[in-house]
Design a protein around this ligand. Structure first.
Ligand SMILES: [Zn+2]
Ligand SMILES: [Zn+2]
Length: 290
């Protein structure tokens, strides 16, 4: 099957109407939450290749505010029920947010002060509670020694933890730490996994999250520092893949505002340079409303 486009994903999620070859339900059929979730799962590819980075950027530029609004709606529906956590499962909007957590358009959204990005300021709380939901499932597995190491980036919990760390760090800079009630549910898991999870990357990221929550945060050695540092420090690095210039005065791409450059030469070169793993900038450069 072909790679799903941003529009395909939006149709599967119900954010857009239209025809998609990925949608196999009939016109007028009531689409259950589970059915939508399963169809959405069929649209995902691990690990993401260059083409999917293009799709994800386009999706974020057009549909991220709506995706976040749905995720928060779901949370609001259950938060007052007697056992809210047990009701929040299989949410494709949560999965989508987690998948795009390191996309520059997602980072732009979290940092945006525009009204359309306002709901995103509650995202860290939503992610934290969803990690608690995943935690119930993973807790027994994480603490058991396994003979074969999994590919850590394919463990949904690990990717969710990375997304949570990104959201906590960026939103707390904007004066939006996650509320104490969510912290209280999350922290026991972070402490336990930080010391006892058998996968090192999971231990590291849980320690980072506990640190970020208590304002005593330093990156642990194992965290994928290069990527995360660029995302989390908010410092400006030249976006040309072969250049690592760091400066406060880089020129930012006017159209998308998600990338900056040390020079006109690097901006021009990046515009058309398709590398093995990264798409040329012109393919991921989208205007956004946020
Ligand atoms: Zn440069
Ligand atoms: Zn751009």
């Amino acid at each position: 099957m072909a790679t799903p486009s941003a529009e395909d994903i939006a149709i599967v999620l119900g954010l857009s109407t239209g025809e998609s070859s990925f949608v196999n339900w009939k016109p007028g059929e009531t689409v259950t939450r589970l059915k939508r979730y399963e169809t959405f799962q069929d649209c995902l590819y691990y690990p993401p290749n260059r083409e999917q980075l293009v799709v994800r950027s386009e999706f974020c530029a057009k549909y991220l505010p709506a995706t976040v609004a749905h995720l928060l709606d779901e949370l609001a529906k259950h938060i007052d029920s007697p056992n809210p956590i047990s009701r929040m499962e299989s949410d494709p909007f949560f999965d989508m947010v987690v998948i795009v957590h390191s996309n520059p358009v997602f980072i732009k959204y979290l940092n945006s002060r525009k009204e359309i990005a306002g709901p995103g300021k509650d995202l860290a709380e939503a992610l934290a509670l969803n990690v608690v939901v995943l935690g119930r499932k993973y807790d027994p597995i994480l603490l058991v020694q396994q003979s074969e190491e999994d590919q850590v980036d394919q463990i949904p919990l690990y990717v969710a933890l990375k997304a949570l760390l990104v959201a906590i760090c960026i939103l707390s800079k904007h004066g939006r730490p996650i509320p104490p009630i969510a912290q209280k549910q999350l922290l026991p898991y972070m402490h336990r996994w930080g010391s006892q999870a058998h996968i090192e990357e999971i231990r590291d990221i849980c320690l980072d999250i506990s640190g970020a929550l208590t304002d005593s945060w330093v990156f642990s050695e194992g965290t994928d520092i290069h990527d995360m540092r660029k995302i989390l420090t908010g410092r400006k690095y030249c976006g040309f893949p072969e250049c690592d210039s760091l400066s406060e005065t880089l020129r930012t791409c006017k159209r998308c505002q998600t990338v900056s450059y040390c020079s006109v030469e690097h901006q021009r070169a990046h515009w058309t340079l398709d590398s093995k793993t990264l798409p040329a900038h012109k393919r991921v450069c989208f205007r956004t409303e946020f």
